[in-house]
Design a protein around this ligand. Structure first.
Ligand SMILES: Nc1nc2c(ncn2[C@@H]2O[C@H](COP(=O)(O)OP(=O)(O)O)[C@@H](O)[C@H]2O)c(=O)[nH]1
Ligand SMILES: [Mg+2]
Length: 308
């Protein structure tokens, strides 16, 4: 997972995990390379942080967002590792590893850009999610980040790149900001930057995370609850719009439409049960928010890599 700061990387990874594990903030917070591994059956997340030399500085049995914020702001720490069970259904296959890379910004912190380059070159990843901020396309940071990516990537067709166009909720259709047109501009922007036929997935990472928190009965702040309900409201009559403009393999899109159809069909039968009805709404949001799309793409890519 790579992006300039504040595009929503940590939010997106938290949504994949099903808990607010990584620290999220509207400022540069991710200073370390963070590795998160899904381990079935492990209750809490175990954390370890490492110095530049590779030596362990500290370990923690029950890692939290506060701990990770502190570790990230400790200049001595270069790398963080977390292991625990992703709390999502359906559960990913064991051994899934996700990396949160520090995003460069305003060359304010040269180290961040360097860490991202190192990560892309040294981690044996199968798929890379590059998070774009839909509300701030084509900033200098973003362009620098993309160039770094284009030049830094080892030549290997086994690598897939997914362009996650996050914060798509910030586009205002009433101001004429059409999602389809925006996606077209993103395609043009990416092909100008040297990425041919990019996979572009419009997403709402924060709302998807809150939907997962609701499903997991985790406590939420008032702004989180209100963002969740606002999103449900805004997309209630255009649930398929985001999937329609997503560029992904046909099998993946077909599966998304099918999952959404099935959830909607079930919603009538359970309308009288408030709890089931709410859960159904959360699952629908996860399906159209782009989160499920990325999960299916990751699943597909892992399967393809294994069959080789
Ligand atoms: N409007 C909107 N805000 C989001 C979305 N996803 C994340 N954010 C917010 O963007 C800010 C930065 O998010 P974070 O995940 O820390 O970004 P990172 O620096 O890329 O890791 C936080 O305030 C998030 O709550 C989204 O889909 N829509
Ligand atoms: Mg972050």
């Amino acid at each position: 997972m790579a992006a300039p700061m504040s595009a929503g990387k940590s939010s997106f990874i938290n949504a994949l995990i099903g808990d607010e594990l990584l620290h999220v903030a509207n400022e540069a917070t991710t200073a370390c390379l963070t590795r998160v591994e899904h381990r079935k059956g492990v209750k809490s997340f175990r954390g370890a942080c490492y110095l530049d030399s590779g030596a362990v500085l500290a370990t923690q049995r029950d890692a939290s967002a506060e701990l990770l914020r502190d570790w990230n702001s400790d200049g001595r720490i270069k790398r963080i590792e977390l292991k625990g069970s992703f709390n999502v259904a359906p559960r990913p296959a064991s051994g899934l590893v996700v990396y949160d890379t520090p995003g460069p910004n305003n060359s304010q912190n040269e180290r961040h850009g360097q860490l991202m380059r190192e990560a892309v070159q040294n981690i044996p990843f199968k798929a890379l999610c590059y998070v774009l901020n839909a509300g701030q396309l084509g900033t200098v940071d973003d362009r620098a980040c993309l160039d770094m990516l284009g030049n830094g990537l080892p030549e290997d067709p086994a690598h897939e790149i997914y362009f996650v166009l996050n914060k798509i909720d910030l586009l205002d259709p009433e101001k004429g900001e059409d999602i389809g047109e925006h996606i077209e501009r993103v395609h043009k922007y990416l092909s100008d930057a040297g990425f041919r036929d990019p996979i572009v997935i419009p997403t709402i990472a924060d709302a998807a995370l809150y939907a997962r928190k609701a499903l997991n009965r985790l406590s939420m702040t008032r702004p989180q609850r209100s963002k969740l309900h606002q999103t449900l409201d805004e997309f209630s009559d255009r649930k398929r719009a985001l999937i329609h403009v997503t560029t992904a393999p046909a099998t993946v899109k077909k599966r998304l439409f099918k999952e959404l159809d099935e959830l909607e069909q079930r919603s009538d039968a359970i309308a009288s049960d408030e709890r089931l009805a709410e859960e159904n709404e959360m699952k629908q949001l996860i399906t159209y928010s782009g989160l499920r799309t990325v999960e299916l793409l990751i699943q597909r890519q892992r399967r393809l890599a294994e069959s080789k």
